[in-house]
Design a protein around this ligand. Structure first.
Ligand code: IVH
Length: 714
């Protein structure tokens, strides 16, 4: 490429000529690349031409050609990707790590359907592709929109990028597809394409690519679809989302139909009723793993009949009717150079191993978790050996393990290789961040010491408050655009944001401040304005996200969702939690009565609301934000929606867990005990004390048959 003049110095007519020249070059390069499969210029050169082309367009908007290349494949919105709400959530999968877990899964299914006589449950088994899931929407057979999984409920619109993948049909073939069909599957990159891309990039001195999965992810998130198009991506279809009419009655047949409509489906899918056959297929796939040509990280088993899938249902974000049988983790041997302590948002001191860099399953690992003090010592607090009973010392040769997305861990010491000068590690008893005492709490029930040592500094500990804030704005919590770990750390360090409420008063304080955000390094007028707008947009967060964002110990996403569903409003939840914190037995009972909530959670929720500093921080926060009331999305005509139901006695038409799943599907809350808040008691034969309690509370009591009638399933 000749030395081209700076775009800023171009006059209008020069700019027009230059734009035309670049246009021709790019069109020619695209043709060579896509149609002839023979790239004429390097990716780096292509990118430089493209950047210059876009810069001219930006400076001379009037010169933009009607066939502008910035619009060629459908330019994405300048702001990044638009959000797409999934009408049917995109779920994740529970894991099985050995044959026994798989047998348990099949047994759970058999038990769930035990009342259905002579039912021989069939399951499918297929590879779990290590890529990114995508949802493709077809209307009248035409591809109209494609989205990432995102948080499962809301993804990003990456239609333009997906259109560049040749294995994704623009139009469905064959016949019989429903008017609306959302196809779900995995976008991935083959080993061969990955190696070629990497080689090209190395030759050009470009970026390094870590592994096919990350590269596929990066390619899908390109703002410029022509860049995506230059990375060869592929797609396997294995499921569906919204459909205007059922596409089959079994998983297997549904996938076959996707194949008939033009999708690539994985050839290694089978269907069987035997656990042994599932496990044999797992071993078969494992044996082929190295020669498949693409990364897989396990085998997925799914209950075949779709009506039974529906009945078996879901737990939080994963279906009960499917499970991923993961391949064993990959391991490597290296040297432990040192141990650092990290302080998490709840004050836990976690030891992190700094390692001699080593490649584990294709990824370079330099850090790994050592879990806790006992894990390093090789003994628990009562002196029982952990792992092989060896302690881990600095200088030791250790075995590191990596599995999927989890943090690498040290699983063993190679005792024979211990150098003479290796010293045992002394775990600190003070927080390295704030100097407060770090203690191990005793479990109130068992009296056993907690394996974790925690900093007692709470609010004065900078590590805890900054980690808490990062959690507060994180993706599955308040999810504030443009406010990530980096910004939070900086705002915390310069004192702008010390507690969650400060985020929402940032703009008002900034207006009065002499040190305006827009003048700070890394910020400008536009980015500051955008941030304030993004913060403003989250002043009415969803209740489950809000509860999760508070960072109460042991309250993860699904527990937060349970509270949201049970209490509907934050005020109601806070009132009960506060009362429980003050020792009110009825409030404690209301919390522990929620199905899926145990004593540990109740203790930690009570302690959170009994803490005055937390209450103050909450008051400040609630002066700025108003969590939305949680609306249960249930069939509008369900008479059961919103009711609190208790099951008792023996049920004859369904198992207890099916009864619960069914009630939840219809929008009811299921409780384990009867109280004044119970609306319905479904009593089977042999009902005892709960029936009496219901009668004394004046709760409506119905039979199992009446329940089915009420559910409209008669
Ligand atoms: S089924 C409702 N099948 O694994 C079931 N998922 O850990 C949802 N994945 O997000 C998924 N291969 O990205 C299914 N054959 C397969 C899969 C598969 C890969 C991914 C998918 C999902 C993740 C869950």
């Amino acid at each position: 490429m000749s030395q081209a003049a700076d775009v800023k110095t171009l006059g209008t007519s020069q700019a027009r000529d230059e734009l035309d020249r670049l246009h021709d070059l790019l069109v020619q390069a695209d043709a060579a690349y896509f149609q002839e499969d023979k790239p004429e210029i390097s990716d780096a050169e292509y990118d430089a031409l493209k950047r210059r082309y876009l810069a001219i367009e930006e400076r001379f908007p009037d010169l933009k050609r009607v066939d502008s290349l910035s619009q060629a494949v459908g330019a994405p919105p300048a702001e990044g990707f638009a959000k797409v709400r999934h009408a049917v959530p995109m779920l994740s999968l529970g894991n099985a790590f050995d044959d026994e877990d798989v047998a348990d899964f099949v047994q759970r299914g058999r038990k769930f359907f035990e009342r259905d006589k002579d039912l021989d449950l069939a399951f499918t088994a297929e590879p779990k592709i290590d890529g990114l899931s995508a949802s493709l929407r077809y209307e009248n057979g035409v591809f109209v929109r494609g989205a990432t999984r995102g948080d499962g409920t809301e993804g990003e619109d990456i239609t333009a990028n997906l259109r560049t993948i040749s294995e994704i049909p623009q139009r469905l073939s064959g016949a019989g597809w429903p008017e609306v069909l959302e196809v779900r599957g995995e976008v991935y990159m083959t080993h061969a394409d990955f190696a070629a891309l990497k080689a090209r990039s190395v030759a050009e001195g470009g970026q390094d690519y870590v592994n096919p999965r990350n590269t596929a992810a990066g390619s899908l998130r390109q703002k410029d679809p022509t860049v995506t198009a230059r990375r060869s991506l592929k797609f396997f279809a294995y499921g569906w989302g919204e459909v205007s009419a059922p596409i089959a009655t079994t998983q297997y047949d549904a996938v076959m139909r996707l194949g008939e409509w033009g999708f690539v489906i994985n050839p290694l899918m089978i269907r069987t009723t035997e656990i042994e056959a599932l496990l044999a297929h797992y071993r078969e796939i494992e044996a082929q793993r190295a020669t498949l040509g693409y990364d897989i990280d396990g085998v997925v088993y799914k209950l075949d009949r779709l009506d039974l899938q529906q009945r078996w249902g879901f737990v939080s974000r994963a279906p009960r009717w499917a499970i991923a049988h993961k391949f064993p983790a990959e391991q490597a041997t290296t040297i432990l150079n040192s141990i650092d302590i990290q302080v998490g948002r709840t004050g836990t001191l976690t030891p992190v191993a700094r390692l001699q860099p080593v490649t584990v399953g294709g990824v370079v690992v330099e850090n790994a978790t050592l879990h806790n003090e006992d894990y390093i010592a090789g003994r628990d607090s009562t002196g029982q050996p952990i792992r092989d009973g060896n302690d881990i010392r600095i200088g030791d040769t250790v075995i590191v393990q990596r599995a999927g997305d989890v943090i690498p861990q040290i699983v063993a010491v190679v005792a024979e290789k211990r150098p003479a000068d290796a010293r045992p590690y002394v775990f600190p008893e003070r927080c390295p961040e704030c100097g407060s005492e770090a203690v191990r709490e005793a479990n109130p029930k068992t009296g056993k010491l907690d394996a974790r040592r925690r900093c007692t500094g709470e609010l004065i500990c900078p590590a805890q408050s900054v980690e808490q804030l990062k959690h507060f704005v994180s993706r599955n919590a308040l999810d504030i655009d443009g406010l990530g770990d980096k910004q939070i750390a900086a705002f915390h360090a310069d004192g702008r944001v010390m507690q969650p409420a400060d985020i929402f008063t940032l703009e008002a304080r900034d207006a009065r401040s002499l040190k305006k955000l827009k003048d700070q390094e890394g910020w400008g007028e536009t980015s500051a304005r955008k941030l304030f707008a993004a913060i403003d947009a989250r002043r009415e967060p969803e209740l489950d996200r809000f509860i999760f964002a508070l960072g109460i110990r042991h309250v993860g996403e699904s527990t937060a969702a349970l509270f949201a569903r049970t209490f509907s409003t934050f005020t109601a939840f806070r009132e009960v939690a506060r009362a429980a914190g003050n020792g009110d037995a009825e409030a404690h009972g209301a919390l522990i009565g929620i199905d899926g909530i145990g004593e540990t959670v109740v203790q930690s929720v009570s302690a959170f609301f009994a803490n005055e500093r937390n209450e103050k921080a909450l008051d400040a926060l609630l002066a700025e934000v108003t969590p939305k009331a949680y609306v249960v999305s249930a069939p509008a005509d369900s008479e059961i929606a919103g009711k609190t139901v208790v099951f008792t006695g023996s049920l004859e038409r369904m198992s207890r867990s099916e009864a619960k799943a069914m009630a939840e599907r219809l929008g009811a809350k299921v409780s384990g005990s009867v109280s004044g808040k119970t609306d319905l008691l479904v009593a089977g034969p042999g009902a005892g004390s709960k029936l009496k309690q219901a009668e004394s509370h004046g709760v409506t009591v119905i039979s199992e048959d009446e329940w089915f009638e009420l559910a409209g399933q008669e």
